[in-house]
Design a protein around this ligand. Structure first.
Ligand SMILES: Nc1ncnc2c1ncn2[C@@H]1O[C@H](COP(=O)(O)OP(=O)(O)O)[C@@H](O)[C@H]1O
Ligand SMILES: [Mg+2]
Length: 396
C-alpha cells in the first residue's frame, strides 16, 4: 500500500498514531493535576517498564496534558555521566517561560535564583569561561539555591518556582525520563526535595519514567520513597489494545486488517508497542491492498525482524564489549525458552552456563547494569531490559 500514507511510527519516543491502552493513566493524571493545582497532597508519579513499552511517549502525553491546563512544564533525560543541575535548570527555565507570569518582577526573581542554581555546578571559584550560562539574561541571585548542596538548593529552587505557579493558580511539572540513570547524590536530593515540597502544598510535581528497577533505586536511596511516589507499571498492550493501535490509524487511511492478520500480528509482537509499530509499518508497505491479510503478515515478518535486529536490538547489543556479549548470551541460554515469560534468571545459572565463578563475572554484570541492558529486580536475579532480547540473541 502507499508508503507515503503509512501511519505507523516505530522509533524511540516517536508519537504513535494512536496511543492505545493508556486511558487509565491519562485520566488519573488529570485528577493529579487538579489536586496539585489546588494545593492538595498528591504523590509524584513514576512510570516504569521495559524498553519499548511506551514510557517516553506516555511521559510526553502527560506533559501535554499539563500544558493544556496552563501549567509550566519542562522535560529532561537523565544520563549516567551527567549531574542533574544543568538539565534541570533548562527544564525549569522552560517551565517558568511557559507560566508567563504577568509581573516580570516576580518571574525575574525566580529566573535569578534559577541562574544561581545552574551556575553553582562549576563551583564558586570557577573562571568565568567555565561557568555555564543557562541562557537567562537576568543576573544570578545571591544566597538562594547556590549553596552547592544539591538538596538544599533544589528545595529552595522548587519552592520559588512553585510559588510563582501558585500565584497564578497553576502548577509546575518536571518530566524526568531515564530516571534510573541519575547519580546517587541527585536521586537522594530529588527524593528529599519532593518530600519537602509535598509537605508545603506547593503545586510542583515530578513525573519520572525509567526501567523496572527504578523503584528499587529510589527506595535504596530514601526509604520513604515508596510513600512519596505513585508507581505505574507500563506494560505491553493486551490483545484489544494492540488491535486498536493498528486498526485505528489504518481506519484513518481507509484500510483494514482481517481478523487472522490481527491474530498473527499479536503473536509476533506480543503486544509490545515498539514491535506493534515496527510490524505495522512493514506490513503496510508489503501488503498490496486493503484488507491486510495473514499472508501479508507472513511476508512482512522477516523484514520487520531484520529492521528490529538493527534498530532496536542491534543498537543496544553494539554497546556491549565482547565479555559482556558472552554474558548476555549465557543469560539467554540459562533462561532457555522461558526468558520472555519468566523475565529473570538467577545469576548463579548464568555463571554455571559459562562454567565460571559468579564473582569473576561481577564486572561484566555491573557494566551491563550500568549500560541499562539488564536490570536486577530482586537479589541474585537479572533480566533483560529489552523485551524479546533473549530470543534475538539465540537467533544470531
Ligand atoms: N500506547 C501505545 N500505543 C501504540 N504505540 C505505542 C504506544 N506507546 C508507545 N508506542 C510506540 O512504541 C515505541 C516505543 O515508545 P517509547 O515511548 O520510546 O518506549 P520507551 O520509552 O518505553 O522505551 C514508539 O514507536 C511508539 O510510537
Ligand atoms: Mg524511553
Amino acid at each position: 500500500m502507499d508508503p507515503i500514507r503509512n501511519p505507523y511510527a516505530p522509533g524511540a519516543g516517536q508519537r504513535p498514531p494512536e496511543l492505545a491502552g493508556r486511558d487509565e493513566q491519562l485520566r488519573a493524571f488529570d485528577v493529579v493535576l487538579e489536586r496539585v493545582a489546588r494545593g492538595r497532597p498528591e504523590r509524584s508519579l513514576v512510570l516504569t517498564g521495559l524498553r519499548g513499552v511506551g514510557k517516553t511517549v506516555l511521559l510526553n502525553a502527560l506533559r501535554s496534558q499539563a500544558v493544556r491546563k496552563g501549567w509550566g512544564t519542562g522535560k529532561l533525560e537523565a544520563r549516567p555521566d551527567q549531574h542533574l543541575r544543568r538539565p534541570l535548570s533548562s527544564a525549569l527555565h522552560q517551565a517558568v517561560r511557559e507560566l508567563a507570569h504577568p509581573e516580570t518582577d516576580q518571574s525575574d526573581h525566580v529566573l535569578g535564583v534559577l541562574r544561581a542554581f545552574a551556575q553553582r555546578e562549576a563551583g564558586p571559584q570557577a573562571k568565568l569561561r567555565d561557568q555555564w550560562s543557562p541562557g537567562i539574561d537576568v543576573p544570578a541571585a545571591r544566597g538562594r539555591a547556590d549553596s552547592g548542596d544539591i538538596e538544599i538548593d533544589l528545595v529552595e529552587l522548587l519552592t520559588d518556582v512553585g510559588g510563582l505557579a501558585a500565584d497564578l493558580g497553576k502548577g509546575v511539572g518536571v518530566f524526568l525520563d531515564e530516571m534510573q540513570d541519575l547519580g546517587p547524590d541527585d536521586v537522594s536530593a530529588l527524593c528529599a526535595a519532593c518530600h519537602e515540597i509535598s509537605q508545603t502544598g506547593l503545586p510542583v510535581i515530578v513525573v519520572g519514567a525509567g526501567l523496572p528497577h527504578l523503584p528499587a533505586v529510589l527506595s535504596a536511596s530514601k526509604s520513604y520513597s515508596e510513600r512519596l511516589f505513585s508507581y505505574q507499571r507500563i506494560d505491553r498492550l493486551d490483545r484489544a489494545e494492540a488491535d486498536r493501535a493498528l486498526t485505528a490509524p489504518a481506519g484513518e487511511e481507509e484500510a483494514t486488517f482481517t481478523d487472522d492478520a490481527l491474530t498473527a500480528m499479536y503473536d509476533a509482537t506480543g503486544g509490545y508497542p515498539y514491535f506493534v509499530q515496527a510490524y505495522g509499518k512493514t506490513v503496510w508497505d508489503v501488503a498490496p491492498r486493503s484488507p491486510i491479510t495473514v499472508d501479508d503478515v507472513a511476508v512482512a515478518a522477516p523484514e520487520a525482524e531484520r529492521e528490529l535486529a538493527v534498530g532496536f536490538f542491534g543498537s543496544r547489543f553494539e554497546r556491549a564489549t565482547p565479555g559482556e556479549r558472552e554474558y548476555l548470551h549465557a543469560m539467554a541460554d540459562a533462561a532457555g525458552d522461558e526468558v520472555d515469560a519468566v523475565g529473570s534468571v538467577p545469576t548463579a545459572d548464568v555463571a554455571a552456563v559459562l562454567g565460571k565463578k559468579p564473582q569473576s563475572l561481577s564486572p561484566a554484570r555491573d557494566s551491563l547494569l550500568k549500560k541499562g541492558l539488564i536490570y536486577s529486580g530482586e537479589r541474585g536475579r537479572i533480566a533483560f531490559t529489552v523485551p524479546h532480547f533473549g530470543r534475538f540473541l539465540r537467533s544470531r
